[in-house]
Design a protein around this ligand. Structure first.
Ligand SMILES: Nc1ncnc2c1ncn2[C@@H]1O[C@H](COP(=O)(O)OP(=O)(O)OP(=O)(O)O)[C@@H](O)[C@H]1O
Length: 565
């Protein structure tokens, strides 16, 4: 898979004649070699920021130097958390980000920050870096419109802040891990979590400038994924703002298919994010294990349906995700998904619009909110079970629809909060997943997520992406210029192909969901059998086995005395 490209704040000119001063540092030229030795897709980001503008040698030397630096960073972090030996580095298998010093945004702060935008303003690199950032290039790209994080806003008790944020997370507040954190804090008579409260069990992956570890909160048998980042490396690689964006987004989330950030703490050199651990791995790895390396349609539908709800929620918060791909979709212990990796996300302001009021008197024929061409079936909006039978007669459909209308006391109002009008000029994403408007540098909004959603569904069903060429450059040309084609095998339903066709429309304005966001996609016949409200109760296609490291975990009191620092 191609590497992630991330040129925040730059106009891509891949198809036009590149400007001379940019030509030497186009990520396209630098990232053609983008798979690791195992052939899996690298999540290695190339940014213009990483490359000096006056560089005359954009090629392999710098790429090698960068990989070496990733490797060294990972090794150094391993050593610092006490896992220095024998784990192998897996260079470039992941990337890592974070900001060393940033304010603790409560949900309220986040809202206040967003309110400072108009609907077309975007908060790319939304906040300025606090005291820790002295890099002129970074602050040049900072939007003054967004709430600024300053050193004075720092909290010494960031884990406490994260802990308290459970109060504002009604969907996650019953999570037993909050209780485990409370127990440790009480037991240690401390308001903050520190590295010494955790035992690192193994490294789950490593990225640009940090590593993710499976960690136990000592003495609780509660397990977390701890993302550990080297602050100096972040600063030197201009990753501070991206990291900060991700952390602020993580703090604002409260959704079953998005990560919970339990705590954040820092040591002198490291910054650590404590998140939910997903033992199921990612959908890219899981796809490789499927017969034929593609998912059966019912499994693909399950995964994309949950991803759709996650994207819908993000868009409602004014967050355009921009990096959807199977690698970023992790599988929880219960088999449901968790969308991860927010450092490429864009924050902007949305103006929620109510397009249909809650009304107890519903006229079936007036449900014009279904925008599918030729679709006059209101039944596509009401489904009785999470994943029911897909095909039924028209008579049955009508009967079912009537029953459901009567069972519904008040139909839900239909709200649209789609940051369609946001305009970012950044060149970010993963080659095979890039939307045409990003490649052409036309400016992009939330419709890019619907494009990537189409590529994602295609890849799950066919085992490959539709526009991949022999090189990254060829891939980009294909995305912009080649018509969409479906392979003859595997056999995929008409509904699935129709949905993909609607999503992979090159002109964003003509793309499905451009006008009404996720609502349009939910109403597509491909999702006819999905009960959106109950999807959390649906049976996942696969439930991961408990991680052997956890099953075999020894009683952990013996680790209490270990002091990492
Ligand atoms: N919550 C988690 N549970 C289980 N594994 C995780 C979790 N978060 C990350 N990982 C694993 O750790 C690896 C590194 O994650 P990290 O977020 O640092 O980088 P990444 O997802 O590869 O992406 P990027 O380089 O795009 O930031 C991932 O590939 C994933 O396999």
């Amino acid at each position: 898979m191609d590497s992630v490209i991330d040129d925040v704040g730059s106009l891509p000119t891949m198809l036009a004649k590149p400007k001379p001063e940019r030509s030497s540092s186009l990520p396209l030229l630098k990232t053609d070699k983008s798979t690791d030795s195992s052939g899996s897709r690298l999540s290695f980001k190339t940014t213009y920021d990483d490359i000096p503008k006056d560089s005359s040698e954009p090629g392999k030397e710098k790429e090698r130097a960068k990989l070496k630096s990733v490797s060294e960073n990972a090794k150094s972090i391993d050593e610092q958390v006490g896992l220095g030996l024998g784990l192998g580095l897996g260079v470039g298998s992941s990337r890592i980000r974070l900001s060393p010093q940033f304010s603790l945004y409560s949900n309220t702060h986040f809202t206040e920050a967003k309110e400072s935008f108009t609907s077309t303003e975007v908060s790319e690199l939304a906040s300025t870096v606090g005291k820790g950032c002295e890099d002129g290039k970074v602050s040049d790209k900072t939007s003054s419109l967004y709430r600024v994080s300053t050193g004075s806003e720092l909290s010494d008790d960031s884990s406490s802040g994260s802990y308290n944020s459970a109060i504002y997370k009604p969907h996650k507040q019953n999570d037993v891990r909050w209780e485990a954190i409370r127990v440790v804090r009480t037991r240690n008579e401390t308001s903050v979590l520190e590295m010494k409260h955790f035992r690192q069990i193994k490294r789950l992956g490593c990225g640009d400038i940090g590593s993710v570890y499976l960690s136990e909160l000592i003495g609780t048998r509660s397990y977390f994924a701890m993302k550990v980042m080297d602050k100096v490396a972040l600063a030197s690689r201009n990753k501070l703002l991206r990291a900060q964006t991700e952390r602020e987004i993580l703090q604002s989330l409260d959704h079953p298919f998005l990560p919970t950030l339990y705590a954040h703490f820092e040591t002198e050199k490291l910054s650590c994010l404590v998140m939910e651990y997903c033992p199921g791995g990612d959908l890219h790895a899981i796809r490789q294990k499927q017969p034929g390396k593609f998912f059966p349609e019912h499994a693909a539908r399950f995964y994309v349906a949950e991803v759709l709800l996650a994207l819908e929620y993000l868009h409602m918060l004014g967050i355009i995700y921009r990096d959807l791909k199977p690698e970023n979709v992790l599988v929880r212990e219960d088999g449901h998904i968790m969308l991860s990796d927010f450092d490429l996300s864009l924050r902007c302001v949305v103006n929620p619009r109510l397009v249909r009021f809650a009304n107890p008197v519903v006229e079936p024929k007036s449900s014009s909110s279904c925008v599918l061409p030729g679709c006059i079936e209101p039944s596509c909006m009401f489904q009785p079970s999470c994943f029911g039978p897909q095909f039924m007669s028209k008579q049955k459909k009508e009967k079912r629809y009537k029953t459901e209308i009567y069972n519904q006391v008040i139909p839900l109002p239909e709200l649209i909060a789609e940051p369609t009008n946001a305009r970012s000029m950044s060149f970010v994403g993963t080659h095979e997943y890039l939307a045409p408007e990003i490649i052409k540098g036309e400016g992009h909004g939330s419709a890019v997520d619907w494009w990537t959603f189409g590529i994602f569904l295609y890849e799950l069903l066919y085992g490959k992406t539709p526009f991949k060429g022999p090189s990254n450059k060829a891939t980009l040309f294909n995305v912009v210029g080649h018509p969409l084609k479906f392979p003859e095998t595997p056999s995929v339903s008409f509904a699935a192909r129709d949905l993909i066709r609607g999503l992979l429309v090159k002109e964003p304005q003509q793309r499905l969901a451009y006008r009404r966001g996720a609502t349009e996609i939910k109403q597509h016949p491909f999702f006819q059998s999905v009960n959106w409200a109950l999807i959390r109760c649906a049976t996942p296609p696969d439930v991961p086995l408990a991680s052997p490291e956890i099953v075999d975990a020894k009683p952990t009191d013996e680790y209490l005395e270990i002091d990492f620092y």
